[in-house]
Design a protein. Structure first.
Length: 84
């Protein structure tokens, strides 16, 4: 058995990024899908913190915890199962 972990983004860590990098971080899910302005991205991250979300998922994780992230998922080793 192996263990897979999904990646996440530290909200507090992202808030320390330079404005130029923050501008490349979040996309507008309500609008045209373009990137948020640095100010809007910062406000969105602050809103996540106000909800108690310390870590945001990158991709889909069925067991995501917004405080600690992905707990990990047991997976069968394909090589041991006879798969190439």
């Amino acid at each position: 058995m192996s263990r897979r972990f999904h990646m996440g983004l530290s909200v507090r860590g992202a808030l320390r990024w330079p404005v130029s990098e923050l501008a490349k971080l979040l996309r507008d899910s309500d609008g045209d899908g373009g990137f948020l302005s640095p100010q809007d991205a910062r406000e969105a991250l602050m809103e996540e913190l106000s909800k108690g979300h310390e870590v945001l998922p990158i991709g889909d994780c069925p067991d995501w915890d917004y405080t600690t992230g992905c707990p990990g998922h047991e997976e069968a080793d394909e090589a041991k199962e006879g798969k190439p």
